[in-house]
Write a protein that binds this ligand. Structure first.
Ligand code: C2E
Ligand code: CA
Ligand code: CA
Ligand code: CA
Length: 283
């Protein structure tokens, strides 16, 4: 994201998806879609690789468009970032997810209280109300800060100066986990781990892809082994995305990754389905 001044940011890639939507004239419907209740949140399980227990879930937003059906975030987030709508939308997703986690903890939890992960757009990260919003939502629901994890992408943080990172640091100081999403793509800069307030690395699913077969790609194995050892050495936990097969899950577990996420464990689903999974886990 490029700063335009006055808290306006331009998304680096003037996205092809946004252009497609513009062509279809969907742009007109985005403002007001939140008020009309057209968005909903699905949750994808996060699973402990060593014990198979449900650790929590990542909140993923969808747009139930009255004409075009369900649209994935890649089809409207770039547009929402461009128009600034991402700020109220992101706030709404945060509220939904934190309330949902509180409900799970009251009704469904097993041995461990389920946690929830929420994606933050770079625009939200630079919005002056972010710390107040996170504090307010946690206060209103009573969810422990330790049960919330905010996911930010490397590209949103690399190049940010210390001032720009202050809000994130304050949120981390509350006890909220910060995850570095899509780690290992594009902007990777291992030395930035020295000063970013992150506690979780989320390895991009490109790494899972290298583990698809027996034997796994030896170079990919070495790279993941190195990242895990570095992360653990720095006190960070490692989540790996895009786990689609048991072979991948097994390799990643052996390499010491902590948490797995992907179709092998469960697709993004309505919150009730996650509740059921958490109940099954408890028995
Ligand atoms: P992400 O944060 O990297 O989320 C993971 C994406 O991978 C999700 O796509 C998920 O459905 C997909 N996925 C999960 N498991 C697998 C698997 O095993 N194989 C494959 N091929 N894919 C898998 P989704 O839901 O379409 O979300 C796309 C992106 O949209 C997310 O990528 C995230 O960057 C963004 N996004 C989603 N929800 C929000 C939100 O509330 N706010 C913001 N700012 N961005 C969001
Ligand atoms: Ca994410
Ligand atoms: Ca990711
Ligand atoms: Ca991604």
């Amino acid at each position: 994201a490029k700063e335009l001044g006055g808290n306006r940011y331009e998304v680096a890639d003037p996205d092809a998806d946004a252009r497609v939507i513009t062509r279809h004239g969907l742009t007109n419907r985005l403002p007001g879609a939140l008020e009309r209740g057209e968005f909903f949140v699905e949750y994808q399980p996060l699973i402990g690789l060593s014990d198979g227990a449900v650790h929590g879930a990542e909140a993923l937003v969808r747009w139930g468009h009255p004409v075009h059906g369900v649209l994935g975030p890649d089809q409207f987030i770039p547009l929402a970032e461009h128009t600034g709508q991402i700020v109220p939308l992101g706030r709404w997703v945060l509220e939904q997810a934190v309330r949902q986690a509180e409900v799970w903890q009251r009704h469904h939890h097993g041995s461990r209280a389920p946690r929830v992960n929420v994606n933050l757009s770079p625009i939200q990260l630079h919005h002056p109300d972010l710390v107040a919003e996170v504090t307010r939502v946690l206060d209103e629901t009573g969810l422990a800060p330790e049960s919330l994890c905010l996911e930010v992408t490397e590209s949103a943080l690399i190049g940010a100066d210390q001032d720009a990172l202050k809000p994130l640091r304050r949120i981390a100081d509350l006890g909220v986990d910060i995850a570095l999403d899509d780690f290992g793509t594009g902007y990777s800069n291992l030395s930035s781990l020295r000063w970013l307030p992150v506690s979780v690395l989320k390895l991009d699913r490109a790494f899972s892809r290298g583990m698809s077969h027996h034997p796994a790609d030896p170079v990919d194995l070495k790279i993941v082994e190195g990242i895990v050892s570095l992360a653990h050495g720095l006190g960070l936990s490692v989540t790996v995305e895009g786990v689609e097969t048991s072979a991948q899950a097994e390799h990643l577990r052996e390499l010491g990754c902590d948490i797995g996420q992907g179709w092998f464990y469960g697709r993004p689903a309505p919150p009730e389905q996650l509740g059921t999974l958490m109940l099954a886990d408890a028995s």
